[in-house]
Write a protein that binds this ligand. Structure first.
Ligand code: MG
Length: 119
């Protein structure tokens, strides 16, 4: 079973994403902040990461940079989940190491389209 790590400081956002991914047959692990997400990523080596940008402590940008420093996660798809949709923010995210951007409010259709585009 493929494993997705969902990191968001909002429990309701995590639940929304987890429900969709579980329905698609993924195993889900959740983290409530960037540091927790990094620890979990190192421990579990997920196949996919959905990472909120705005989190207390290490935000999504800092977290993706740290994840990319892990050899096992160099090629892992890591998507930013964010309310930021400006072009400059998109470039900042790609520079930091994100595979792509998913803007809030996120829909099931857009999430699955982004994941489906990977294969
Ligand atoms: Mg947040």
């Amino acid at each position: 079973m493929k494993l997705v790590l969902i990191a968001d400081d909002s429990p309701s956002n995590r639940e929304f994403l987890a429900t969709i991914m579980e329905h698609e047959g993924w195993e889900v692990v959740e983290a409530g902040n960037g540091l927790e997400a990094l620890v979990m990523a190192v421990q579990r080596t997920p196949d996919l990461v959905l990472l909120d940008i705005q989190m207390p402590g290490a935000d999504g940008y800092a977290t993706v940079v740290a994840m990319r420093q892990q050899i096992a996660m160099v090629g892992t798809p890591i998507f930013a989940i964010t309310a930021y949709a400006m072009e400059g923010d998109l470039q900042k995210g790609l520079d930091a190491g994100f595979t792509g951007y998913l803007t809030k409010p996120l829909t099931r259709r857009r999430l699955l389209a982004a994941i489906g585009a990977l294969s």
